[in-house]
Design a binder for this molecule. Structure first.
Ligand code: 2YC
Length: 296
């Protein structure tokens, strides 16, 4: 996914109540409700019970291109908005991880230039932002569309997020078509789904034609201006994770309340809920820590 800028994220944590109102109007659920759906929790009250008393730490990471001003605070703000006991560590990097563990954080969120993860150290498990974002936006599309079973869904982009979107759609028994500028990537993804899910997905070769023949679209490309107003009808619904948004402003106007797009929120919500699921399913890791191939 594209590296975020401070501009992309600086207002997010102050506008979460308004965003929840939009999500409820578009999907019937709030950020918490969509995150819980993405993590397989049937209902929010059951999720709230599971999530109580789980402390989460967000650790700023200075490696590579360094800290994005406001990133850790925004991730933390989303978690607090959802009702989690979350905080940003005073230290960054290794000192930040040590601080998180010292104060009993069960989930530690951190991002370098390559990965954004939620770590569950006691369970020996990690939640990856790409996969969580995919499951969160597919859960949202499912809610917008009133179910995806047997419905045709077009996936634009066959990178990591696109792959996990296809997985989440197949688990919902959708009929999937994928399109990528690089035809080989689309064909490779079709081969993967045949091998892993014994399921055939369709590969589209002409973007305009694919867009004009689908009412349910997930845009995982990192390109702007992919979906235009001419591709959109009053029955079209779009899920567009990450930046930049692939839907033009005219198309967004036409879509009105039938689009899900954000740079971070739904992905973080899904990460947090999946981490709760891991902790509640497996309170601690039973296998001994293994170092250099020998039991510790
Ligand atoms: O502030 C920090 O701790 C930085 N190290 C964070 C860098 C995040 C880089 N990744 C991104 O901007 C996007 C995220 C939405 C998730 C994946 N890529």
């Amino acid at each position: 996914m594209t590296r975020l800028t401070t501009d992309d994220i600086q207002d997010i944590r102050f506008e979460l109540n308004a965003y929840d109102r939009y999500l409820v109007s578009a999907t019937g659920r709030s950020l918490l409700g969509i995150g819980a759906a993405a993590a397989g929790f049937g209902d929010v009250p059951r999720f709230r019970d599971a999530a109580a008393s789980i402390r989460m730490a967000v650790v700023p990471i200075r490696s590579g291109l360094g800290v994005i001003s406001g990133f850790a605070e925004t991730v933390c703000g989303i978690l607090v908005h959802m009702g989690f006991d979350a905080f940003v560590t005073g230290y960054s990097d290794v000192s930040g991880f040590a601080e998180a563990v010292d104060v009993g954080a069960q989930v530690i969120l951190a991002a370098d230039d390559d990965r954004f993860v939620a770590l569950c150290p006691r369970q020996g498990k990690t939640v990856d932002n790409s996969r969580a974002t995919a499951t969160g936006f597919v859960a949202g599309l499912d809610l917008m569309a009133g179910g995806l079973d047997g419905k045709r869904v077009l996936v634009l982009g066959c990178g990591p997020v696109g792959r996990w979107v296809v997985e989440a759609l197949l688990m919902r028994k959708a009929i999937v078509t994928v399109v990528d500028r690089v035809a080989k990537k689309a064909e490779g993804l079709a081969g993967w789904t045949r091998a892993v899910f014994q399921t055939t997905i369709h590969v589209g070769f002409e973007l305009g034609q694919a867009l004009s023949t689908h009412l349910l679209i997930v845009d995982t490309t990192n390109a702007a201006g992919v979906i235009h107003a001419r591709h959109v009808t009053t029955d079209t619904r779009v899920a567009a994770p990450g930046m930049p948004c692939g839907v033009t402003s005219n198309a967004r106007e036409k879509l009105a309340g039938r689009i899900l797009h954000d740079p971070l929120q739904i992905g973080v919500a899904a990460m947090a809920c999946q981490a709760v699921h891991i902790i509640r399913e497996q309170p601690v890791s039973l296998s001994p820590a293994v170092h250099d191939g020998k039991s510790a």
